[in-house]
Design a protein around this ligand. Structure first.
Ligand code: SF4
Length: 166
């Protein structure tokens, strides 16, 4: 089953998505996941928070009744963050729960409201199809040359073990 992380990686890098789906070398990002949970705990201190487990597959934080919330360190990956949250809203809608989203960027002290539209739903259907095609492909997608490659858990795999700069 596709998770919110698959959707996020789809926007960041198709190769990362493919490698993640094969469970290849994910240690470096585990720390970020732990940081993320600490961030969540701090951000939700005074909120009425409930965690929903969807199909035993992924968890969604629902706060203050109407909102699903994501907390991010900075707004560098806004499209990826937005679609990850939209994906959660769509999954809840499919299960009869209509919610709105909030993405909070702690460094910028900024929160954005995210509303799921019909157009978003159509786009998410296309994204889900595209993700499945990438996951089923036997061929590893091309590597990117992006500034965030250096922070990626697969940097060594992409740029050291494979060598070269192309
Ligand atoms: S290092 Fe760059 S190319 Fe390789 S998986 Fe990560 S983001 Fe993609």
């Amino acid at each position: 089953m596709i998770s919110g992380l698959h959707v996020q990686y789809y926007f960041i890098c198709h190769r990362k998505l493919w490698l993640y789906s094969k469970n290849l070398g994910f240690e470096a990002e585990d720390e970020k996941v732990i940081d993320g949970s600490l961030l969540h705990d701090r951000a939700y201190k005074n909120a009425d928070r409930k965690e929903l487990l969807i199909d035993q597959s992924f968890k969604i934080d629902v706060i203050d009744g109407d909102y699903v919330r994501e907390v991010k360190l900075s707004s560098k990956m806004t499209e990826a963050d937005k679609y990850q949250l939209l994906f959660y809203l769509y999954q809840l809608k499919k299960r009869g729960l209509n919610k709105k989203g909030l993405v909070s960027y702690t460094k910028e002290k900024r929160t954005e409201e995210v509303i799921l539209t019909d157009a978003d739903e159509r786009k998410l259907d296309e994204i889900e199809k595209a993700i499945n095609e990438i996951l089923q492909s036997e061929k590893i997608p091309k590597r990117l040359k992006k500034p965030y490659c250096r922070q990626c858990a697969y940097y060594d795999f992409c740029y050291i073990s494979e060598g070269g700069d192309t």
